[in-house]
Design a protein around this ligand. Structure first.
Ligand code: ADE
Length: 243
């Protein structure tokens, strides 16, 4: 997977050279190429923005400069994503879908915005990372790169994406490691039993319990097996008895 990031602040992306994404780049599993939009300004002061037509506060990024920056990386297979609070909210399903693309270009906005004409001309999709406004698109672009890269073969252990929260529609079960007793609290006995079938069943039940408590909206969408449904009904009954 290749990411081309169109940004005014390429230095912000240095953090992606560490940890798992750093290793993924070393192994050539992903490639992150940073394009400084400013390099495409023909102005002697390397200006990239101007005042808005019609007046108003703030500055607007120029269409021609962004267009030229994009042309420098565009191929017939490129999908250009503009990170903006106006976009569709990113979720795990979208992340998985994007991981199947070959080449993603990410446009990071700043100032009051970007000239609408270039958005209309080159952007394939607008994505937001949540209903709040950030100072620019760089952090959202990093969120997208991180979440998508996890689905690229070899970046993390395969099991991790299969078992984790959201991808299966339930939140993850709790994890424990040594010491066996911490501040008087013992690790749940079942996890020491070595009985893998029972452990799997216990973990599934914990997932259902936690999801019901923390994200009841997710429970409504989940496809329960008969046995799981019985357990859920037992939990709901328990809860009702406690009220
Ligand atoms: N730019 C500013 N805020 C943003 C958000 N929430 N998501 C994506 N891009 C943004």
């Amino acid at each position: 997977m290749k990411f081309d990031v169109l940004t005014l602040f390429p230095e912000m992306f240095e953090t992606l050279n560490k940890s798992i994404l750093g290793k993924a780049q070393e192994k050539n599993l992903i490639k992150i190429n940073l394009i400084n939009i400013r390099d495409f300004s023909k102005d002697k002061h390397k200006k990239v923005d101007d005042t808005p037509y019609g007046g108003g506060a703030g500055m607007v990024m120029r269409a021609d400069i962004i267009y030229n920056a994009y042309q420098s990386v565009k191929t017939p297979k490129t999908k250009l994503i503009y990170l903006t609070p106006q976009g569709k909210t990113l979720n795990q399903k979208k992340v998985e879908e994007l991981s199947k693309e070959e080449h993603l270009a990410l446009l990071c906005g700043h100032y009051e915005g970007i000239d609408q004409r270039v958005i209309d001309k080159i952007v394939d999709e607008e994505i937001s990372i949540g209903d709040y406004v950030l100072t620019g698109g760089e952090i959202p672009a990093m969120v997208l790169i991180d979440s998508v890269s996890r689905y690229i073969e070899g970046v993390i252990k395969n099991d991790s994406t299969k078992e984790e929260s959201f991808s299966q529609g339930l939140l993850e079960y709790p994890q424990y490691t040594r010491p066996e007793i911490f501040e008087g609290e013992k690790v749940p006995e079942i996890l020491l039993s070595g009985h893998h079938q029972k452990i799997d069943k216990w973990r599934k039940e914990q997932s259902i319990r936690i999801t019901l408590k923390k994200r009841p909206d997710m429970i409504k969408k989940y496809n329960f097996s008969k046995e799981e449904k019985k357990f859920l009904e037992k939990l709901i009954e328990e809860e009702n008895n406690n009220i």
